[in-house]
Design a protein around this ligand. Sequence first.
Ligand code: CU
Length: 632
Amino acid sequence: MKQHNEDGSTINGNPECMQNSSYVPAANESRRAFFKTTGATILAAPAILTTRKSVAQVVEPVLPPSPPTTPWKEELPEIIEPLQQTDLCDGPLPPQGEANTAAGECGRAKHQRWDEFFGSAVLQSGQADTYELRVEAITDHVFHPDYPPQLVWNYVGRTESDNEHPNPTIVARYGHPVIVRLYNEIEKNHQHVGFGTPEISMHLHNLHTPSESDGFPGDYFSTTKSGPTLGAPGTFKDHFYPNVYAGYDEFPKNLNNPVGGDKREALGTLWYHDHTLDFTAPNASRGIAAFYLIYDEIDSGNEHDTNPKALRLPSHPYDYPLVFQDKRFGGVGTANERIHIFDQFSPEGILGDKITVNGKIEPVLKVARRKYRLRLLNAGPSRFYQFHLVNGSNVQQRFTYIANDGNLLPRSLINRTNVRLGVAERGDIIVDFSQYPQGTVLYLVNRLVQDDTRGPKKVQAPGTRILKFIVDREPAEPDVSRPIDSQVQIPLRSIRRPTASEIAAAPVRRWVFARRNGMWAINDQFVNVNSSRANMAKGSSEIWELDNPSGGWSHPVHIHFEEGIILNKFVDGIQVPIPVHERGRKDVYVLGPNTRLRVFLRFRDFPGKYVMHCHNMIHEDHAMMVRWDIVD
Ligand SMILES: [Cu+2]
């Protein structure tokens, strides 16, 4: 059992681990606070050391496979119900700029630019969309009917038909600020659950969110604890999402720009998940992850939209998000038979061999004969996927690829056969099911072979069937979404590429992702959330070189807060073309073996602390993360 101390250090209550470590923490590794003076830390220190194995000591745990399941027993809902608003201004605790610690809010920094947005210390009714979410333990979740009901942790909120809806999708619009009030209701004494920590920090990946609402890993909280970068514990925390485009200072809000910011910076498919320091993998694997979809004038979420600028992409309920997580279940005859297991101590983690789709193993989605927008998200913790859509004879089907990560591509990519996703990457595709007769069965398969948590190996057909589609009905109404020509690319959203002079003038900063002492490091250092290792002046631009010099593993690197544009890609020192789907804006940069990327980034609008980390959550928790700040 690994837990946080009051000071944010990590404690470990398992005395059986107190041997055989050669891992020596770096002098600057204050986050671990190995030798601080609380009794718990002193007692726990030897145990922590053993969790940080050296390379030589790393032995892949030989785990039996997850018990077999009979596929296609459960159906996913045909409609994803969005989170309903809760009028927080109507209650006793209206949201406010300063943390309301007297009423139980965490001691966060004041919401940036609050007065500019709202003009008063306390939010007035109608000024923002306000939501309430609770992180709760749910003890009877069914991943698959062949497995027993079991514990998950979810965000829980109110939807139209359900007051206790797990992991509801938040639907937002640019120009409409959102406040999400998050309650932590996980039992503090959670020793029985096996893994995870009851402190939480909610990161909304990768909205242009001010630092104090970004879910910074050191900002975790419970009623009794707060992370080392948070002022005080609390029962809840308000997150303020301004929902303005990045570039808010450069392109100010005015009559011609009613949202504010650079509309080319619009995002679409985002997700929110736990980001607690050292525990992102176990907490997110527990199920603390869900979608945040944001729309604007172009991607308006309304296929009936009469605005000529609107793309009229397939819209709700045919705009359907799908989240994939890899999980391992206790093998037959083991103590945790058919129960979700995870090893939060090992820097190798555990690779899941069962893939959940929206929380279900091998589910069925019945679809109408029309176009769908499917939003695919790899929510980790560590498996990579290459998804193909195939028919019952494993013949590949073609579709249109429209968005990578949160970003509509400059133009649609036609006749695509696969979507490859590192952890936290997203891919939006349009599938036209009208081309199939009723009764057609299709499968989403993963053809990427991966044997451990270090990275994928190779692509191999026919792959593993993850999700079954059955084309089972005619649409209730005609499909009025924009026709997708399989021969002609359509413009989606324009992109602001850096100019030659901007590139020439940008300082270059190099970040090397590599192993060190059996852990995972950036520029040879482990994360320290208390100090920034790079300070960017607000309004500045830089080129970040992301370098993976190893031949053995892959790192899906995530930079918070600002999207970037890949300028160059090198493999084995030789420049190679940037894959066409990665030529838009990105927030996850997959570093395969011996790969180096040069990424152009702008740092804008909201000063404060942010992070970059490997989004293989196992690498991330075992210290492959760096804090960087935007400074005024
Ligand atoms: Cu990594």
